[in-house]
Ligand binder design. Sequence first.
Ligand code: ZN
Length: 263
Amino acid sequence: MREQPTNVVDTMKQKQAEAASRDSKSFFIKMTDGEEIRIRPVVTLDGAAYVYRHNKYVEGDMSAGVNALCAEDVNQPCGHCAAYKSGDKDLKPYEAFVLPVMLYDVSNDGDLVNAAPKFLELTPASPILGSLIKQTDVLAKRSLKLTDVDVIIKQEPRKSKQSRKSFSIAYDQAGPAVLADGRQVKSGVPSKEIIVQRTAQAFPPLVATSAPGSAANAAQHDAFAAETSAQPVFDNPGRQLKPAPTNNHTPTSESEAELVASF
Ligand SMILES: [Zn+2]
């Protein structure tokens, strides 16, 4: 028999949280070399959330790697920022915009058969972000918005792992998003709070304990939050989230002619 945990319920909770985190990770679009995707932005660029992220890759040791939202984005002191300031340069926080989109399922014949809500992470240097900014201006001249067009993104195959990723980006079909069977694709518009919340689920932040640089688990985090006023260690007033605009576009009913998705 497998060695049994002394506290089964604690183990269940931990495993369940890990599974939930793995599931929500699939909320983020991850492209591979040679892959082509077709998406429809559900908000214009001003609806994207602005966050900081930490990403550390350790060759051959997945568990030593870090892929996290900066804890300051959930108003907590960040353990990874603390580790970066104590010398781990790989943990340097980087900026990212998180854009909610619908990702189409495309059949082998090229038909749009389904669509699902996803997030696209865009760093400032991303050629995709550059293209979306440019396209926003192009569309404005035709009184159109980014949400009126499908975006087809192909990640070009790289010659080596070290070479920079490159993409070809095309825009298609000005008008409502429609599947091959005639269903119109509609989606609720997620608030920035929801986008950040989902990002935190997919890439759990590390909340710093009072000893900078040390790891904190959820229990320590709760205790810490309870016994201190939880002031961020590094003040960064530049990236407070604006309150979410109220949203009148959330569909309230789903007819047969619509595919309604929520984030
Ligand atoms: Zn951080």
